[in-house]
Ligand binder design. Structure first.
Ligand SMILES: Nc1nc2c(ncn2[C@@H]2O[C@H](COP(=O)(O)OP(=O)(O)OP(=O)(O)O)[C@@H](O)[C@H]2O)c(=O)[nH]1
Ligand SMILES: [Mg+2]
Length: 300
């Protein structure tokens, strides 16, 4: 069985291969100077790190005044440290401040919400957990969550297809309070930013959750598909306006060379990134650690 660092490095392989090839091309035969720094900045941007973060990384890197003869590994170490510094404010442990702690999972279609709930239920298997099938929109959604429920041996609260999602959340939360669950995960329908009816439904779910349990929702976790690249930033903005996002899970880092987008998200939003998804399996969700992520991104 591979350990979590192996999982992270394997998951980020596509991203690190791309970035490393770019950095290698620049510094294999040439030294650090203004021209190579410009090229380095372009390479960072091409790896979805974003303009703002790339500029800051280059600024820090230039300020270090490394020897012009620094080796490629030394250059990568220095870059990794600068990237880690940007990521660090987003490294935070998911906490459970209340019983029940209510966690609302939101995001666009296919961002990995339902899967992340299944993986998290497994991670916290020493707690009493229930799942609410708040995606009443897509036919197979309840079934998918039920499969994760039985895999983890936890209760799934669901209703008839097409039923009112907010009402279902109200009933599911009453049951969770009655059963003294430690954590309740609410799955929701995937919604594109421009679908007004689903946006209104999400607002209603948030209002109902707030009324049902004091202090809830304790976490509003936005799931992002890393392959979305820079569009992920728009999703953060719009979902924050709609539902008050206070944490992120970035999924599908294994399938894309756009893993650098996490640096961009960290730089622009400063939101906690609690977990990252590096595969479809139950164990393919790892805690986000700034230094480890930066090292893996640079293939160190
Ligand atoms: N490779 C990879 N696949 C993932 C990851 N997370 C989820 N998936 C897959 O992506 C697909 C969509 O995941 P779901 O969990 O159904 O996404 P969702 O956000 O619930 O989707 P909707 O309910 O349709 O909005 C599934 O086939 C998952 O197995 C990941 O980290 N890596
Ligand atoms: Mg789903």
């Amino acid at each position: 069985m591979i350990n979590w660092f192996g999982r992270l490095t394997a998951g980020l392989k596509k991203s690190s291969d791309k970035l490393n090839a770019g950095i290698g091309d620049i510094f294999t035969k040439r030294k650090i100077d203004a021209a190579t720094l410009d090229e380095l900045e372009e390479t960072l941007i091409a790896s979805d790190i974003g303009y703002g973060a790339a500029a800051e990384i280059i600024k820090r890197f230039a300020a270090q005044k490394m020897s012009k003869d620094a080796s490629l590994p030394e250059i990568k170490q220095a870059l990794a440290a600068n990237i880690a510094a940007i990521l660090k404010p987003c490294e935070k442990k998911l906490e459970f401040p209340a019983v029940p702690t209510v966690i609302l999972m939101i995001g666009v279609n296919g961002a990995g919400k339902t899967t992340a709930i299944g993986k998290l239920a497994h991670k916290f298997k020493d707690k009493k957990i229930s799942l609410i099938a708040g995606d009443t929109f897509r036919a197979a959604a309840v079934e998918q969550l039920t499969v994760w429920g039985s895999r983890n041996n936890v209760r799934v609260f669901s209703g008839a297809p097409g039923c009112d999602a907010a009402g279902l959340c109200f009933d599911g939360l009453s049951e969770a309070v009655r059963q003294k669950d430690d954590i309740v995960f609410i799955d929701t329908a995937g919604r594109l930013q421009n679908k007004t009816n689903l946006t209104e439904e999400l607002k209603k779910i948030v209002r109902v959750v707030q009324k049902s349990v004091a202090g809830a929702p304790h976490h509003v976790l936005l799931c992002l598909d890393a392959a979305t690249g820079q569009n992920a930033l728009d999703q953060v903005k719009i979902f924050t306006e709609t539902a008050g996002v206070n944490g992120l899970i970035v999924n599908k880092l294994d399938g894309t060379a756009k893993g650098g987008v996490l640096v961009s998200i960290a730089h622009e939003t400063k939101l906690p990134v609690y977990y990252i998804g590096v595969g479809e399996g139950i164990d393919d969700l790892t805690e986000f650690k700034a230094e480890d992520f930066a090292a893996s991104l640079l293939g160190l």
